[in-house]
Design a protein around this ligand. Structure first.
Ligand code: ADP
Ligand code: MG
Length: 381
């Protein structure tokens, strides 16, 4: 048994219950790659506690315990992530609710693998990413509903690169403007929206969009994407009564790598890219913070294109899930910690302070500072 001290900032002892946060925050650790397997004897910096919590050990530092809505460990399946995160949102969007899933993490952490799979339209069934599964479920559900003729499904794909929005279905549109109207809320003016009739057609559009993404090379990953990529599914349903249509949007966001600039050995253009990426990721963090505190009447959506585009999906009546992607290798502990802390900040209004709890642990060799939900630890006693 190890004494676990909960430490953190904040002026009072308020611990915010998970259910109060409308943003579901989950973590996924990808399997070690061949380089990581060779280093540190392939040891992991993560010790699984249960499917919501783990101990994280950055070498020579004390353990940190984390608790999220769900943790997907190295052997997790694409199917598990889909069932937990995306499937409920497909049904929300069919009910015309706005929903968003965002993958966050350093380059190489598994964001694109989670979203697309190893190949959007050509891979083993079990490796398929969230997007092809979402498409299958969308069409399966409307075919089963006897209301097929009332639904129209449209797809857009854009990337945000250096604070410019590029249409990935029509690369001549390289500076799409964001507009707002009472009728449509926040929208991308003039963006290409293709109607999709079936899965095959949707995948072929996505393939085209993916091949249009801006890809740069950094030391960390030769094919790392330096842009945020947004896959936008609009589900329009006509009312039988008055023939008026309503629309729900499901936006899947594959963010650019969150790594620190120094680590990439970046210079010139790459340095400017990294600065822009960091700025928009901070803006995203600030918006999520402002939303979760519920105190701020000014939500800084306009601080970046990313947050402005996502305005209706993050605020208002919408559901949002953030998946923090990490490597469980000791090579990447500082980036992983920063990713996990981003996730925690998105989850809580205030960090819990000065709470001592006890949890079971085989080797009580480290003192453990915890930034997590007090209740989770009470359950373990
Ligand atoms: P990111 O988009 O975050 O930069 P990728 O999704 O491209 O990272 O993943 C980096 C590499 O790791 C890719 O070769 C990918 O196939 C592999 N990978 C990532 N996550 C997994 C996973 N859960 N299972 C198997 N391989 C994975
Ligand atoms: Mg990627």
């Amino acid at each position: 048994r190890t004494t676990v001290t909960v430490t953190g900032g904040g002026a009072d002892n308020t611990t915010i219950h998970q259910n109060m946060s409308k943003i579901r925050v989950c973590v996924r650790f990808r399997p070690l790659n061949s380089t990581e397997k060779k280093q540190f004897d392939g040891k992991l910096c993560v010790k699984e506690l249960d499917d919501e919590s783990f101990l994280f050990n950055a070498e020579r530092e004390e353990n940190v315990a984390f608790c999220f809505d769900k943790v997907f460990y190295q052997n997790s399946k694409q199917h598990d992530v889909y069932e937990f995160l995306a499937k409920p949102m497909v049904h929300d969007v069919l009910d015309l609710m706005n929903s968003t899933i965002i993958t966050y993490g350093q380059t190489g952490a598994g964001k694109t693998y989670t979203m697309e799979g190893p190949d959007i339209s050509n891979c083993e069934e079990s490796n398929k990413g969230l997007i092809p599964r979402v498409i299958e479920e969308l069409f399966r559900s409307i075919e089963c509903s006897n209301e097929r003729n009332l639904y129209t499904i449209k797809l857009s794909m854009v990337e945000i690169y250096m604070e410019k929005i590029r249409d990935l279905f029509d690369i001549t549109k390289d500076n799409i403007q964001i507009k707002e109207s009472k009728m449509h809320g926040v929208f991308l003016s003039g963006v290409t929206e293709v109607s999709i009739m079936d899965k095959k057609q949707a995948l072929s559009f996505l393939e085209r969009g993916i091949s249009n993404r801006t890809v740069g090379a950094t030391q960390m990953n030769m094919s790392s994407s330096r842009s945020h990529c947004l896959y936008i599914f609009s589900v329009q349903k006509e009312s039988r009564k008055d023939k008026r249509s309503k629309t729900g949007k499901l936006i899947l966001v594959d963010l650019a790598g969150s790594e620190k600039v120094e680590k990439t050995g970046a210079e010139g253009k790459v340095f400017e890219e990294a600065k822009t990426i960091n700025k928009s990721l901070s803006a995203l963090g600030n918006v999520i913070n402002a939303l979760t505190t519920g105190k701020s009447n000014h939500i800084p959506y306009r601080d970046s294109k990313l947050t402005r585009v996502l305005q209706d999906s993050l605020g208002g009546f919408s559901h949002c899930a953030l998946l923090c992607c990490c490597s469980a290798s000791f090579i990447n502990t500082s980036e992983s910690l920063s990713t996990l802390r981003f996730g925690i900040r998105s989850k809580f209004i205030k960090m819990p302070v000065n709470v001592s709890q006890v949890i079971d642990e085989e080797k009580p060799s480290h003192s453990t500072s915890v930034i997590t939900d007090k209740e989770m630890f009470q359950r373990k006693n």
